[in-house]
Design a protein around this ligand. Sequence first.
Ligand code: F6R
Length: 367
Amino acid sequence: EKNGYDHFMLKEIFEQPQTIFDSLRGRMDAHKNQITLSGIDAIADKIMAARRIIIVACGTSWHSALVAEYVIEELCRINVEVEYASEFRYRNPIISSEDVIIAISQSGETADTLVALENAKEQGATIYGLVNVVGSSIARISNAGSYTHAGPEIGVASTKAYTAQLAVLQLIALKIAKLKGTIDDQKFTYFIQQLDAVPEKVQWILDNQVEEIQRIAKKYSDANDVLYLGRGYNFPTALEGALKLKEISYIHAEGYPAAEMKHGPIALVDETLPVIFVATKDSYHEKIVSNIQEIKARKGKIIAIVSEGDNRVEELADDIMVVPSCDEIIAPLLAAIPLQLLAYYIGVERGLDVDQPRNLAKSVTVE
Ligand code: F6R
């Protein structure tokens, strides 16, 4: 069932043009210029009246929540808070019927997320579930929701479920922005077109970057530590890249907002430290270029994810992974792909069981 791929993880990475298409299909009409999400319609009055949206998740799903925080606040002008389910459930949070909680979970069975939702529901909050596994516990406890439609994810490390979450979260943000009137028609159309182009852009990465990423993976496969840095919409991408590497290669990795490095992690930098910058063209670009220069001045090895045609970062970096240009809001969907591939090929290079990393389970049903 691996369809000729060596591992489920690789198969699932390569499925992403299709799974992203599937999570958008039937919900987004680029011609009619509309988004259909019956789950959002079902709780539209609650969303319109919401004081804030709280997103609750764990692990990789928590990273897609962070991206959503940036996107929803930008497009919908609603206050969004992102919570680790395990912390949220134990710290007696202030919740009321004016709160909408979005729960994100691939499995729909993560114990901490489930209990956090039960508590919030008891206190009157409205629960929206964004879940991959149909009929799972989190799907059932939710007042409304959407499925991600990524299909079964077998590899323990989440890949296609993550990008499906990102795709549907973009739709949710656009749909709410339209309801609230915080986006004009022209921008709405523009974002729909941007989303519509994502599957083919992901395919471009898979068709054009794999050999280079394999080469980079070989070059850095015996690193002891790797630092991942990003800003803005791609700050969560840095966290997710670091988590993938830890899980699959057992290399210590940390993700940070790029500007935070001078508050500590920069002390780690020497000629042996690979530093991965998520440096796609966005409104933070000048800032991240300065961060790259700061690492270079301290002789760190620079690996950068860059937008096609960005010669400036290419000149500064030791190695680059290229992604097609897109709007900055969409960029996390593309930038995730090279980082998944890098973690995968480093794990393979180190001879590890990438589908079943030690100590990990696909679904964490105990706290
Ligand atoms: C990472 C990974 C985990 C899960 C986390 C939440 O690759 O798979 O971090 O993301 O255990 O799981 P779900 O999304 O099923 O609630």
